[in-house]
Design a protein around this ligand. Structure first.
Ligand code: SF4
Ligand code: SF4
Length: 380
């Protein structure tokens, strides 16, 4: 079994990885083009990858473009994240049937999911997001058994970013662009003239075992240098940054900052930012009965702290204004999350910026609050 280290795999051999995963019974989930976006879905081979496609991202802007080469991973994260496999958008929690005497006689818990997933193409920020969501969903004494089953057997093939998007800021969050752990196998795609290959590193025994089944070769010094240059290119291209120094206390000190009112004038409370965020985990439950009232199901669905209903408790909504809801979301991501779960809730993937219909930018909002304090101190 090869030890973890630098190896190469030629582009035309990448289907061997799919075959090795399928032999082990994995369903491979990876990037593919659908509805003019790069999404995560089941894929069975390289042909389904977004070959020669790249994306263009900015606040409220996402477009796919043709690349001048046939790169397989030449784009940044799209609207989907791996959250949809850790915490699916909709889950039936249980079903029950009413018997003749009126009692609920058949109460069946939904069985845990059966599929063994291999996530292909996870980026560094996404590996961090998966870890954060695991701490939320599976940490503590009351982990959901179905959630645990979903994560138990997942194999991760990471792809190192060789370019960064205009809304990316993982470098300033300390979550990328180069993945250092949390994967079984990591690929760096290199295109140099007619050469097209991957530099691979195994991050686990399973990854090393998989690597052993591929037509790999030791990476030369020049090939490893090319991979490192690709990682450095991504770090240098980072389109945004967020100054996280003292961020928790900065936000705690600024509950009444007038900036919350200004952002609320633009925010539509649509919840897009929470749907695309790889760590947002709000859900609600709904009981559904048939017309005869004999069959009932309880569904769990993604919800959003941007809806008025989400904060509705006896007597009304706790966060009735958009100002209160935006402040809650951003302060949770960057401050209260640290107290709750020991880390920031943001990994700097930039999705909330790209997919906000009015281009509200969490990095700009944090900067504006920091600058308003600095101005206040300068004027004092
Ligand atoms: S808050 Fe925005 S940038 Fe941060 S992890 Fe969520 S979607 Fe990504
Ligand atoms: S910040 Fe943007 S995406 Fe989020 S709720 Fe407001 S308008 Fe929608």
């Amino acid at each position: 079994m090869p030890a973890p280290g630098g190896f190469t795999l030629q582009r035309e051999r990448l289907d061997e990885l799919f075959a090795a995963l399928h032999r082990r019974g994995y369903t491979v989930i990876g990037p593919t083009v659908r509805d003019e976006a790069i999404v995560y879905a089941e894929i069975t081979g390289c042909a389904a990858l977004p070959i020669g496609v790249t994306d263009e991202q900015d606040g409220g802007h996402y477009r796919l473009r043709r690349r001048e080469d046939d790169a397989l991973f030449g784009y940044n994260v799209g609207p989907h994240s791996w959250k949809r496999y850790q915490l699916p958008p909709e889950v039936t929690l249980w079903r029950a049937r009413r018997e003749g005497d009126g009692a609920l006689s058949e109460l069946a818990q939904e069985p845990p999911p059966q599929a063994r997933y291999a996530f292909l193409g996870a980026r560094s920020c996404e590996l961090h997001a998966m870890g954060i969501l695991d701490r939320v969903l599976l940490g503590g004494a009351h982990a959901d058994p179905a959630g645990r089953a979903r994560r138990e057997d997942v194999l991760v093939v990471a792809v190192q970013c060789s370019q960064a998007g205009n809304t990316c800021f993982c470098a300033s969050m300390g979550t990328g662009p180069t993945a250092e752990s949390g994967y079984d196998l990591a690929l760096t795609e290199v295109l140099e003239g007619a050469s097209h290959y991957f530099v691979l590193d195994a991050g686990s025994d399973m990854g090393a075992e998989l690597l052993g089944e591929l037509s790999h070769a030791p990476a030369s010094e020049a090939q490893q240098r090319a991979a490192r240059a690709a990682h450095a290119r991504a770090a240098a291209q980072m389109g945004r940054e967020l100054d996280v120094s003292d961020i928790r206390d900065l936000l705690y000190r600024n509950y009444e900052n007038p900036r919350w009112e200004q952002v609320a004038e633009r925010c539509l409370s649509c919840g897009n930012c929470t749907m695309v965020c790889p760590t947002c985990f709000c859900t609600s439950v709904e009981d559904v009965t048939d017309l005869a009232n004999e069959h009932v199901e309880r569904h769990q669905r993604w919800d959003s702290c941007f809806t008025v209903d989400y904060s509705h408790i006896h007597g009304g909504a706790v966060r009735a204004s958009t100002r209160a809801r935006y402040r809650q979301w951003m302060t949770h991501k960057l401050a209260t999350w640290i107290d709750q779960f020991g880390s920031s809730g943001c990994v700097g993937c930039g999705r909330c910026i790209t997919w906000c219909p009015v281009g509200i930018d969490i990095t700009e909002e944090a900067r504006a609050i920091r600058e308003s304090e600095e101005h206040e101190h300068a004027g004092a």
